[in-house]
Design a protein around this ligand. Structure first.
Ligand SMILES: Cc1ncc(C[n+]2csc(CCOP(=O)(O)OP(=O)(O)O)c2C)c(N)n1
Ligand SMILES: [Mg+2]
Length: 281
């Protein structure tokens, strides 16, 4: 592990708890936020930024840094909270989220330190990450490129076009994670457009595939650190997650996709997180 990786004084679980707490606060503001998909992705982001990726908030433009793209850019609140916890931006700035003049908008833009490219229009992140991986190869750099996709997002044809390109180019420094929470905007992914057997689909496209508990940050970190899992193949980790994980009144419900938390629900969410945090200690 290089000096640029992981100021791992706290457990990944503790860090994930702090990220969730920031997200809840942001979602109680006037803009609201995509809380469900932020909470399903929290451990993936925690593992990447606090254990796996070679990034340094003091040198955000280091050409050798690993790259990350939040292809499911609507989960911006989780990314902002993670970047703040990792030191890319002041935690106090999170209070500006969604307010006039803030650089923390509903979807991430490059004005935010640590954000590589703007995302939010689903279906583009994998192709962009392929571009990073190819550029690194041409430059002779060892950096890895990570991208987080939503499972509903997989309905975009451009994802599979990029999957074909990545495999045929043998981009084994490219690592995709699918947030497999089983829900998209309006309901169940399997009812709207069945994707199973998802792992076999990726394998058929020439990718090296693993599946894991998407809320076990340590397990995720182990898998992601070890990528590439097969030389010459891009890697995809299917992270089994729950949308709104950790909030009993929203978990697993499409209604949690986008919320503006009322003062009452803000208090309920904060209490639920506190209980989870205490149970973890
Ligand atoms: C091209 C495009 N179409 C539609 C949307 C609107 N939209 C935002 S989130 C979302 C659902 C995404 O579901 P999924 O990828 O499963 O994300 P998650 O469950 O992780 O929130 C949609 C349709 C968009 N951002 N981009
Ligand atoms: Mg989903």
């Amino acid at each position: 592990m290089s000096a640029a990786q992981a100021p791992a004084l706290d457990s990944l679980e503790t860090v994930a708890g702090r990220i969730r707490s920031h997200v809840v606060d942001m979602c109680a503001g006037p803009e609201g936020g995509h809380l469900g998909g932020a909470f399903s992705a929290t451990e993936v982001l925690t593992a990447l930024y606090f254990s796996v990726m070679n990034v340094d908030p003091e040198r955000p433009d280091d050409p050798d840094r690993d790259r990350f793209l939040l292809s499911k850019g609507h989960a911006a609140v989780a990314l902002y909270a993670t970047l703040a916890e990792r030191g890319f931006l002041p935690a106090a700035e999170l209070a500006t989220y969604g307010r006039p003049g803030s650089r923390l908008m509903g979807h991430p833009v490059r004005a935010v330190p640590g954000v590589e490219l703007p995302t939010g229009s689903l279906g583009h992140g994998l192709a962009l990450a392929c571009g990073f991986a190819l550029a690194h190869r041409y430059a002779g750099r060892d950096a890895r490129s990570f991208v987080l996709l939503g499972d509903g997002e997989l309905q975009e044809g451009s994802v599979w076009e990029a999957a074909i390109a990545a495999a045929s180019l043998g981009l084994d420094r490219l690592v995709a994670v699918v947030d497999r929470n089983g829900l998209q905007l309006t309901g169940s992914t399997e009812r709207i457009a069945p994707m199973e057997p998802l792992a076999d689909r990726w394998r058929a496209f020439g990718w090296s595939v693993r599946e894991a508990d998407g809320h076990d940050a340590d397990g995720l970190a182990e898998h992601l650190s070890a990528a590439p899992w097969e030389p010459g193949r891009p890697s995809v980790l299917i992270a089994r997650t729950v949308k709104g994980h950790g909030l009993p009144f929203l978990a697993g419900r499409a209604a949690g996709h986008y919320v503006t938390l009322s003062p009452r629900n803000h208090a309920r969410a904060t209490a639920a997180l506190r209980t989870t945090g205490e149970a973890a200690r």
